[in-house]
Design a protein around this ligand. Structure first.
Ligand code: ADP
Ligand code: MG
Length: 489
């Protein structure tokens, strides 16, 4: 339930917190609760399971930190709370914030267990006893499997940035970890967006979770709407002009018909854009593959009909293009609502032919404001480089059923294959296939090295997914030779 706090209700003093904790908050300069804290701290402190959704930077950490600290018994040297975070940086950041909020009490031990550091010292620290563990799912699983970490004394399980953990393919790991926690515990889930996977997670192991959502409708100034009058025969070409002018990192182009989708896709490809189409004729697997490539920035333009785009949850679309205005103003508003999310302004660009002016009148009425018209002739290319997607996708034949986890893929690419972590993007592990985005410029090289090396101790088949759906394979022998010559970092 959206919750609007009144100005007098935002003091920490009204919460059931120890005086020393309140004093510490004042010292930290936490004078008033943020809106998500107002809405969710009373629920969490009362012991309920909670799903809290609010944008980044809204103060979610303090919600679970204060809750788990309030329940902590310092005299019991056992793990009483576990916080799962998607990356090591976030885990370290969260551990620091918990330590700051725990300052009012002596000797609270907060341990961070993340991948990328060696196991042994972590195991030693665990043996010394910790009250709170913050970690990444992969590493926590490793500790559970080696029994260096036990969760049977746990009171509070926290999933922080749950949407990002799902994005990174941690669903199964999270379920595995949650199953090893006592049934009677409190589970708190935090997320900036609400993809379908979150509901699935909560159904699996939360109990009567209360939901607090502070989503802001994209404010009018978050979506910059522009209208362009075009002749019907120049419509598709105008899409390319808009793309070359605005150069959005991810754009969704809405067509009114499937035929228009096909025609636009053909034109964009001929002009060198990394475009894909989403239409009703795709099989589920093909659809997933298109969405994965779009979400991991291997495709810069997705051409879709309204029906095909239903249920699409992609954060941070830089632009929505209405190749045709829709007769229904509600559909227009729904379409443009996909851009300008969270903290980023987005473009909503509409192409209108003379016979469609009435549709724009309807939109104007629905919006309650006039719309901005701009001449299409002003849309000149702002770079002489073609607009390419920054990443390309490697497809690895092997997935969950082969026990491949995102960390294995990242490890293989940054370890043996010698890539830098910032050259590796999103990793999607499905049942039988794994997709990993890598910087486009080094995609072929990454493919050769990954194919030449081992993943989970086995050689794997890897190919670069060509944006057109065709694939490229390597010439293995020479690539192998070059790998062996390369000194290990
Ligand atoms: P989120 O997890 O929602 O992205 P964080 O928990 O990281 O946000 O908080 C963002 C910043 O706001 C942090 O620097 C944190 O210390 C600060 N902060 C959180 N709550 C308060 C508060 N009530 N008053 C002042 N600063 C706060
Ligand atoms: Mg956070």
């Amino acid at each position: 339930m959206p919750h609007r706090p009144s100005p007098t209700s935002s003091s920490f003093e009204q919460l059931p917190l120890a005086p020393a904790v309140l004093a510490n908050l004042r010292q930290l300069g936490y004078l008033n609760m943020t809106p998500i804290q107002v809405a969710s701290l009373p629920i969490a402190l009362a012991g309920h399971d909670l799903i809290a959704q609010a944008k980044t930077g809204s103060g979610k950490t303090a919600v679970f930190a204060l809750t788990l600290l309030a329940r902590l018994d310092v005299s019991r040297f056992e793990v009483q709370a576990l916080v799962l975070c998607p990356t090591r940086e976030l885990a370290d950041q969260v551990a620091r914030e918990i330590r700051r909020l725990a300052r009012s009490e002596d000797n609270i031990k907060v341990l961070s267990l993340v991948g990328g550091s060696i196991m042994r010292p972590q195991m030693a620290s665990l043996a010394h006893g910790a009250h709170v563990v913050v970690g990444t799912p992969g590493r926590i699983m490793d500790h559970l499997q080696r029994e260096s970490l036990k969760l049977d004394t746990l009171n509070t399980l926290v999933l922080d940035e749950a949407d990002r953990m799902l994005d990174m393919g941690f669903f199964d790991d999270i379920v595995y970890i949650a199953r090893r926690c006592p049934k009677h515990r409190q589970t708190l889930l935090f997320s900036a967006t609400y993809p379908e996977g979150i509901a699935q997670l909560s159904r699996q192991f939360m109990r009567q979770a209360r939901e607090v959502k502070l989503t802001e409708r994209p404010a009018a100034d978050q979506i910059r709407q522009r209208f362009y009058q075009v002749a019907n025969e120049e419509r598709l070409d105008a899409v390319a002009r808009l793309l070359n002018h605005y150069r959005p990192v991810g754009a969704l182009a809405f067509c009114n018909t499937r035929q228009q989708c096909r025609d636009l896709l053909k034109l964009l490809r001929e002009q060198g854009f990394d475009a894909l189409a989403l239409h009703g004729e795709l099989e589920q697997r093909e659809r997933d593959q298109v969405l994965i490539q779009f979400a991991n920035h291997s495709c810069s333009v997705l051409v879709a009909t309204d029906v095909a785009a239903r249920g699409l949850d992609i954060a941070q679309l830089a632009a929505v293009i209405n190749v045709d205005v829709t007769p229904d103003p509600e559909v227009y508003i729904h379409r443009i609502g996909r851009t300008g999310r969270v903290d980023q302004a987005g473009w909503a660009l509409s192409l209108v032919s003379a016979n469609q002016m009435r549709r724009v009148d309807n939109i104007t009425k629905e919006l309650g404001t006039e719309v901005e018209w701009h001449p299409i002739d002003e849309m000149t290319a702002t770079s002489d480089q073609p607009l390419r997607a920054p990443m390309a996708t490697l497809q690895i034949l092997g997935g969950r059923k082969d026990k491949i986890r995102p960390g294995d893929v990242l490890g293989a690419l940054t370890g043996e294959a010698g890539l830098k972590a910032d050259q590796v993007g999103k990793i999607d592990v499905t049942e039988t296939v794994t997709y990993v985005a890598v910087a486009r410029a080094i995609a072929q090289e990454a493919q050769r090295r990954l194919a030449a090396g081992k993943l989970k101790g086995k050689s794997v088949k890897v190919r670069v997914l060509d944006i057109s759906g065709a694939t490229q394979t390597n010439a293995p022998s020479r690539a192998n030779a070059s790998i062996r010559r390369r000194p290990k970092p």
